[in-house]
Design a protein. Sequence first.
Length: 306
Amino acid sequence: MINNEGIVKANPNVEILFNESLSKYTHTLTGGPADILAFPETVRQTQSLLAYANQHEIPVTVIGNASNLIVRDGGIRGLTMILTKMNKIKVHENHTITADAGAALIDVTKAAQAHSFSGVEFAAGIPGSVGGAIFMNAGAYGGDIDDVVTGAEVLTADDQVVHLDFDQLDFGYRHCSVQDNHQIVLAATFSLTPGIADKIQKRMTHLNQLRASKQPLELPSCGSVFKRPTGYFAGKLIHDSGLQGFQIGGAQVSTKHAGFIVNVDHATATDYLNVITHVQKTVFDKFGVHLETEVRIIGEEPVKSL
C-alpha cells in the first residue's frame, strides 16, 4: 500500500495528484488513472521523487507530452511523473541549443529559427517533448533526432544524474539506449548550423502545411501508430487492405491517413488497442507483413467485471 501522505511530505514543493485520470493528459484523450501523478519542475525534484520511489519499492513511469502514447484503461500503478513543467530552452552562441526534457520539440524549432539556426526544421510539427523525442529518436520528413542531438543528461535507475554523449545514446530507428537502461531524459543538447531565418521559416511553414494536408490533425490521435516495415510503408499497406474508416467503439483508422488511428467518438484505450490488433492481423493475412507498433503502449489492462 502506497503511503500518499509520505510522498507528499518528502516532496513538499511538487504538485502531486492521486488516482488522476491520464485521459486529461494524453493526445488520444484516453487512459486510466495513475495511482500517483507528479509534476516535477526541476532535476532535483525529479531525482528526489525517484529516490523516494526506489526507497519504498514503488514502480515509476515517466511521461512527456503523451503525443505518441497509449495508456491502457486500467491505468498505471505506482508513481507516474509528467515532465512538461521542466521546459527551459537555452540558446548558445556556438549554434547549440540546450532544452529540458519537458520542453516542446516545436518550441525548440521556433527558438532555432529565431536565432537563424538550421537543421531541426524537420521537427517543426512533431508534437512531442524533447525527452520523448530522444527516447523514441523521433523523426519526420527525412530527419531524425539523432541528426542534431549531441548528448543528453539522464537520471539513472538508481537516481544518479549522468551525461551521455552521442555514442552512448546508441540511437536506432525509433530507439535509444535510455529505453533499455530505464533512464529518464532530463535535458538534451542540439548542435545546429548557421542559416537564414526567413529560409528556415519558409521550410518549417512548408512542412507544417504538408503535415496538415495529409494528417488528421483535427482529431485526437496518438500520432503515427506503426513503424515503417522494411521495404514498405505502413499507411499504404493499411490502405491497400481496405481498412481506412474501420472502427471499433470510438477509435477509427483515419480516412485521411491510414497510418493514424483517431478518436472520433469518446474512444477508450481498449478501442485503440483492438483496432491496432485488427489492423495487424488483416495486413499480415493479406501481405504477410507484421506491423510493429511505433506508439508506446503502457499501463494495466482494465479489471473485467464479473
